[in-house]
Design a protein around this ligand. Structure first.
Ligand code: GAL
Length: 351
């Protein structure tokens, strides 16, 4: 009995010592109001702890001042590495400067930290490529390269403080602009500049009320023989959910709702896809992004060069980055991408 007690005490002492010396990693996430960031935070915590790190995971409720304060505390708590998914990528230079002065390594997570030299690396998905895939999905769905038909389209972008949002819109717009120029696509509202279509905080309700105004202002008789909307290009799922809700409230159903694009494969959007109320979503496996980021943390703390396959100009310098590869999910491939891969269970999708 005494030997067992001694072993248990020795084991407890080892665990205590190990945790006392484990490198600490701060993970600063923007919000829990959008599904994916909860997955990102959980994946990062699980994978970092499995790699032997201590983790300080914080969510800032889309409040920039709160995120600054959380990062300050991570610095005070001796975090060796800060993994930051910013709310406003251009608002953190001062606190990141404090982090660098304290010797922290700073990794921008999925959203580029801009206008600052105080960032070391960036891990994300190919953001311009996300938009390009959305544009190509529309191009192929309507056979724009070959048809003589004319289709109407409206754009819904993301948060203006999120560097990704401009890249998403730019990737899609660069594919579709030739068709707008040729008159094969018509944006009846005329809202084709990013600042006209941006959605603060990617907020579903804001996307919904903007679409409400567009439908009543430009497509009022769509369901009684008048000008109808064919395509709603949305940069992510939270805005797509707002746009889909607006269209359904206007009277559209799964039988005649416009083609709606999205991104993140949020449960609510995949369920909408299964019900015919959203056409597609870009799948960015948050497990993959977390694994890539954790590998980078391990390399950096071991003094090794991390894997890099891209750079992003953040307005101060070309940030060495790793682009994971996005793909699109729709009714034809969601089984393989989302269920067979274990990303979701059938029950989670109401199947
Ligand atoms: C972006 C992210 C997208 C989308 C959006 C809203 O930065 O890359 O995947 O989720 O934020 O969270």
């Amino acid at each position: 009995m005494k030997k067992i007690l001694a072993l248990v005490l020795a084991l407890a002492l080892c665990i205590t010592c190990a945790s006392a010396f484990a490198d600490k990693v701060g993970v600063a996430m923007p919000t829990q109001s959008l599904q994916r960031w909860n997955q990102d935070g959980a994946n990062m915590k699980e994978q970092l702890e499995a790699a032997g790190f201590e983790v300080d995971l914080q969510y800032a409720n889309n409040d920039v001042a709160m995120q600054v304060s959380q990062i300050e505390n991570m610095i005070l708590n001796d975090c060796k590495v800060l993994v930051v998914a910013s709310i406003d990528g251009g608002a953190l230079d001062t606190v990141l400067g404090q982090a660098k002065d304290a010797g922290c390594i700073i990794i921008a997570y999925d959203r580029l930290l801009t206008g600052t030299k105080n960032v070391d690396y960036y891990t994300t998905f190919d953001n311009y490529g996300v938009g390009k895939i959305q544009g190509q999905y529309v191009e192929q769905k309507f056979d724009l390269a070959n048809t003589d038909a004319v289709y109407t389209i409206e754009f819904t972008g993301g948060d203006p403080g999120d560097n990704n949002a401009g890249l998403f819109f730019g990737g899609a717009y660069d594919v579709l602009k030739p068709y707008l120029d040729a008159g094969k696509l018509v944006c009846v509202s005329g809202q084709v500049n990013f600042d006209q279509i941006a959605t603060p905080n990617w907020d579903s309700a804001k996307a919904q009320s903007r679409m409400d105004a567009i439908l009543t202002g430009y497509y009022p008789d769509a369901l009684t023989g008048g000008q109808k909307l064919d395509i709603a290009l949305c940069s992510n799922d939270s805005t797509a959910q707002g746009v889909s809700a607006s269209l359904q409230q206007f009277g559209y159903t799964a039988e005649n709702i416009p083609v709606i694009t999205g991104q993140d494969c949020d449960k609510a959007s995949v369920i909408n896809m299964l019900a015919g109320l959203q056409a597609m979503s870009i799948f960015k496996d948050t497990r993959t992004l977390a694994a890539q980021t954790v590998a980078m943390v391990k390399d950096l703390l071991a003094g090794n060069a991390p894997e890099i396959n891209a750079t992003y100009d953040n307005g101060v310098f070309e940030v060495p980055s790793f682009n994971c590869t996005p793909v699109f999910a729709d009714l034809d491939n969601y089984q393989e991408l989302l269920l067979d891969s274990g990303y979701y269970t059938a029950e989670e999708l109401g199947l």
